[in-house]
Design a binder for this molecule. Structure first.
Ligand code: ZN
Length: 291
């Protein structure tokens, strides 16, 4: 039996075909344009494979309340063509198979806990730190959504003294995404992110802000493992800085085995860039079992 997977991002859609063992057999990337063009290209790709079901991890915000008439809609995205777009309903109509939807970061968290090196972990927090910042939380094998879904990128942060740089968020002056995501790094340095040298003082600054958010997440969610992905976190030297600063913000309040081994507690994705698409594959397998 084959399963379909879509990791729907703001700049590209990754389309995948997998089997029951979690092997990704086909993978294709298409650029995100308007909904009509993009969804047609995706449907054309899947029409070549006899897939039983599909898992979708999508950029958001999304309506994930199953009792809502707008369940499966993209809601208030800055991408105007996609505002109020019924992506779940469109896929179901196009493909005529069961489809399960999650946030892109929720799917990445599920991918890591299902197929990564941490499958024995009960709870896993996945943060992507790149063009934006988002977080997904898996508890007892399920992606936590709740009222909407977590929006960890917009946790409020205490600025370091002297940091008066305007935040890159239209809603908040002091949120994590506005202060520490890729666009904030570029705005602070005046350089494309990839050109900013590792020694630049922007990195200790954003590491502190990420650590503040992680300390908050640890206190609220008590995750068994924290995975940090996304383009910014490809700079591996940030991990030890963030681990140390996270402990500093907790200031000895929590004493756990995990916090004594920070190098195995706050870690890079074990699936590399494939966490999201693998999570979508896991969602598809669940969709196939739905009544
Ligand atoms: Zn914000």
């Amino acid at each position: 039996m084959l399963y379909g997977a879509i990791e729907a991002g703001g700049t590209k859609f990754i389309l995948g075909i997998g089997d029951v063992h979690g092997n990704l057999l086909e993978r294709q990337s298409i650029s995100t344009r308007g909904p009509n063009e993009t969804m047609k290209e995706a449907a054309d790709f899947f029409s070549d494979f006899p897939i039983a079901s599909l898992g979708l991890g999508c950029f958001g915000p999304l309506e994930l309340d199953e009792t809502s008439p707008r369940y499966g809609f993209i809601t208030t995205t800055p991408k105007k063509q996609w505002v109020s777009f019924d992506i779940l309903g469109t896929l179901k109509r196009q493909l005529k198979i069961p489809v399960v939807i999650s946030t892109d970061v929720g799917a990445a968290a599920l991918g890591e806990i299902t197929y990564g090196a941490f499958s024995s972990q009960q709870t896993l927090l996945y943060l992507t730190i790149g063009t934006g910042i988002g977080g997904g939380y898996v508890i007892n094998g399920r992606i936590h959504n709740g009222m909407l879904h977590p929006e960890i990128g917009h946790i409020q942060i205490n600025r370091q003294p002297g940091d008066l740089h305007p935040a890159n968020c239209r809603y908040h002056d002091n949120c994590l995404e506005g202060l520490a995501a890729g666009p904030a790094i570029e705005s602070r340095t005046g350089l494309p992110g990839v050109q900013v040298h590792d020694d630049h003082p922007v990195f200790p600054l954003i590491s502190d802000y990420i650590a503040q958010a992680l300390a908050t997440c640890i206190l609220v969610l008590s995750p068994t493992k924290i995975v940090l992905g996304g383009g910014v976190m490809e700079r591996a030297f940030l991990f030890p800085i963030i681990r140390k600063k996270t402990l500093a913000h907790l200031n000895g309040y929590l004493e756990t085995e995990a916090l004594q081994h920070m190098d195995t507690y706050i870690i890079p994705p074990s699936l590399g860039k494939h966490s999201g698409i693998m999570g979508c594959l896991a969602l598809a397998q669940r969709a196939a079992k739905m009544p």
